[in-house]
Design a binder for this molecule. Structure first.
Ligand code: HSE
Length: 421
């Protein structure tokens, strides 16, 4: 059988995972699918570095042109990570008519228009299942199996590192910094955890997911983003007492012709399927007008789970009679500037007659209705207590305005966390 010739851009853990999967399972893929692959060149930064899988040194090169401009190479797999030079390399490969398969959500989200346009203009395939949630087949589901649906919402736990941290905080009552340090020691969080814990990684992925779900480009700059660094064990505990579980959720909704795309710590009721997605697992909960509610669950990171999606894209690309490009309009989307949801508000308030009525009056003046309230613990030395409020669904701006007007000598918000139901 004639083999499809493949070039790699990068050969870290993911690249080694792909090489390993092709080496150990390639023959079976050939038998099952009738397509075979040969890796011909691998672009690396260092030719002498030791790698997680034995890669023949004859395949390695440090010259990008050996992959990008090599007429023998049909398909380019990119797993360098980062924005540049990955994005420019993908564009160059597409302009050379090569099919590109990538796991790189950052390059894809930040250079979406340029990369998709290069694929369209050169009739070259662009495949990116691995860019969102690793092995979980959410891209193909949205682009394919759910095509007959008007999707109204996509909500997911799409970052494993933060889910691991929040799961341990919930189970152990531990502080964020302690769990993060432990995760770093175990190699489960990066030495510089910013991309994960500040929500950037999830924002790139949500930009891609919402663009596909709503058929309009949702630029990553339009994704609202808040990370988990300010989350305290007290918030997690108070949420538990209301029957809520805290997650870093990526939420995209289309309501009244406007799109909201946001990544932030979010409480979900314990009965919600996303509440039971723990440790480093990922899950995406989708609502479509025909399919109803469904959830996709699995491993969102790691060498073999990511390789599973990449090699599956490789097979798909090899078998495609015509490469499908995302069905996304170039017209700008209308982003919502405000949105409505239940809010969890933890306040530090003076324990004196009339203070509660000041707070509820402040909410009422902005049209925010309170669903429940509890007072927690004992007064501190300054005479303040903790009050926890759950609002009914209310506009984000209205809640913020009400809180901003409160007199800190009487009451001030220590945390505001959205609740999705
Ligand atoms: N760092 C990501 C996560 C995996 O923790 O889920 C790659 O996107």
């Amino acid at each position: 059988m004639e083999k499809i010739v493949v070039g790699f851009l990068g050969c870290g853990n993911i690249g080694c995972g792909v090489y390993k999967l092709l080496e150990t399972y390639g023959a079976q893929i050939e038998e099952n699918e009738g397509v075979g692959f040969e890796v011909r060149k691998i672009l690396v930064r260092s030719l002498n570095k030791s790698r997680a899988w034995a890669i023949p040194s004859t395949l390695l090169t440090d010259r990008p042109e050996d992959v990008l401009d090599n007429p023998e190479i049909d398909m380019v797999m990119e797993f360098m990570g980062g924005e540049q030079p990955a994005a420019s390399y993908m564009v160059r490969a597409l302009e050379n008519g090569k099919c590109v398969i990538t796991a790189n959500k950052m390059a894809l989200a930040t250079h979406w228009t340029q990369i998709v346009r290069a694929a369209r203009e050169h009739a070259a395939g662009l495949y990116y299942e691995a860019s969102v949630c690793g092995a979980v087949p959410i891209i193909r589901a949205i682009n394919g199996s759910l095509q007959a649906n008007r999707i109204s919402s996509v909500m997911g736990i799409i970052n494993g590192t933060t889910n691991y941290i929040l799961t341990r905080m919930a189970n152990e009552g531990a502080a964020y910094a302690d769990v993060l340090a432990d995760a770093q020691r175990l190699g489960l969080a990066e030495p510089d955890p910013t991309a994960d814990v500040e929500g950037y990684d999830a924002a790139y992925k949500l930009s891609i997911l919402s663009t596909l779900a709503f058929h309009r480009h949702v630029p990553v700059e339009n994704v609202y983003r808040e990370g988990i660094t300010g989350i305290t064990p007290l918030d997690v505990q108070c949420g538990k007492e209301f029957g809520l579980t805290l997650k870093l959720l990526a939420v995209a909704k289309e309501e009244n012709g406007e799109i909201q795309a946001r990544v932030h710590p979010t409480f979900v009721p314990n009965s919600h399927p996303l509440a039971n997605v723990n440790d480093a697992f990922n899950a995406v909960f989708v609502k479509g007008h025909a399919c109803g509610e469904m959830m996709f669950y699995g491993r969102g990171a790691g060498d073999l789970p990511t390789a599973s999606a990449l090699v599956s894209d490789l097979i798909c690309a090899a078998k495609a009679k015509r490469h499908e490009l995302p069905a996304v309009s170039e017209a700008p989307c209308r982003m919502a500037e405000d949105w409505r949801c239940v809010h969890f508000v933890r306040m530090r308030a003076k324990d004196e007659p009339g203070v509660l009525s000041l707070i509820t009056g402040g909410f009422a003046a902005e049209g925010v209705s309170i669903a429940s309230m509890v007072q927690k613990g004992e007064r501190d030395e300054a005479g303040f207590v903790q009050l926890i409020f759950l609002t009914h669904r209310a506009g984000e701006h209205a809640v913020r305005r009400a809180l901003a007007k409160m007199d800190p000598a009487q009451a001030s918000a220590e945390s505001v966390i959205r609740v999705e139901e």
